[in-house]
Ligand binder design. Sequence first.
Ligand code: PMT
Length: 375
Amino acid sequence: MGRLSNQKVNYFVSGGPAAYQCVEIIATLQAEGAEVDVQMAPGAEQWIPRAFIKQLLLGAASLVSTQPMLMVGALTVVQIDHELPEVDIAWVSAIASNIESAGVQQVIWLAGTAAASRFPVVERTGEWVVSDQSYSGLPRVDIDSVVAGLEKLSQPPLLAGKRVMVTAGPTLEDIDPVRFIGNRSSGKMGFAVAAAAWRAGAEVELIAGPVALPAPFGVNTTRVRSARDMLAAVESMVDQTDIYISVAAVADYRPDMQVDQKIKKAGAGLDLHLVPNPDLLRIVAAAANPPFCVGFAAETQQIERYAQGKLVDKGLQMIAANQVGRDNGGFESDNNSLHLFWPGADQRLPSTSKRELAYQLIEVIARRYSMGSTG
Ligand code: PMT
């Protein structure tokens, strides 16, 4: 299923050289499952032939018109060129006033800063995606941010106004400049949870150990290496946190000393002495005024027993247990399943993509959070 399945998108494109990107954006929205309806400003046809847009829409019940008409109930994208031609200013103004008078909030404005500042309604509705990249000197928006923004606008804002902190990935504990110990984790589950919380309207801080994933759009991402680095980042943000979701596979131990020079290989074995790392989740949950704490538990056996033990032992409001050590699910895979526990109840989330699973988890967290931790 595409990220925009069953969504209708009303796409307005104004004239100017930046119009070139609308073709790529529209094709991406269609590939993600959206039904796209395009309306072009008078100046846009100089850059993008109307026949070409019609072809792109493949004869779907789409309108290619120079009269901007707002389709209420659809998601709306308005692409404003940085060099908006005079002929299109009235056209964009008409859309802006239609949006304002209809009270529509589900709008993505694609614009350069200068163009956007000419239309104050841009700051009062929806999301604003700035074309801060460039392609051969032309402004260029990050298309994934357009898709992410539309996904966000299409979902209920379950966590609007809430501040969510997520830890993800492994922590690596250095032995010397070339060697470390650590746990397995690609970061996929934690990044998906952070993105899902953002789509649910939360302000999200993601603290990630070393992983190869790009920062999710809209999420403030801090990169760390060791458990102690992660703890410092967590402690610096926890006072501004309503919900803490600890997905990270934090290394339980670290070498008692880290040396500056590479340890040379000798014939005999090497003795490493390990000392326990701080337990970040336990520390946060035991604080005087803790956030709503959600732990994760990766288990190879007796999932229920071990997960419930951690729920009680660490003083959490919820724990999400997952089976690891099998071929599919858990570490590194794109799919996973979770078994959620909270005091007195549990709920299974069957195997699906980590993206979808993260959304389902956020729905349960939002519901439990709104009921109060003991509700
Ligand atoms: O990153 P992926 O490849 O997508 O894989 C995802 C995952 C399998 C790593 C993830 O879904 C998961 O299960 N994370 C928890 C890993 C784990 O084994 O946790 P734990 O049982 O060691 O710890 C329990 C809880 O305490 C966790 O929330 C953990 O973040 C936290 N903890 C643990 C140790 C420690 N020193 N500090 C902590 O905060």
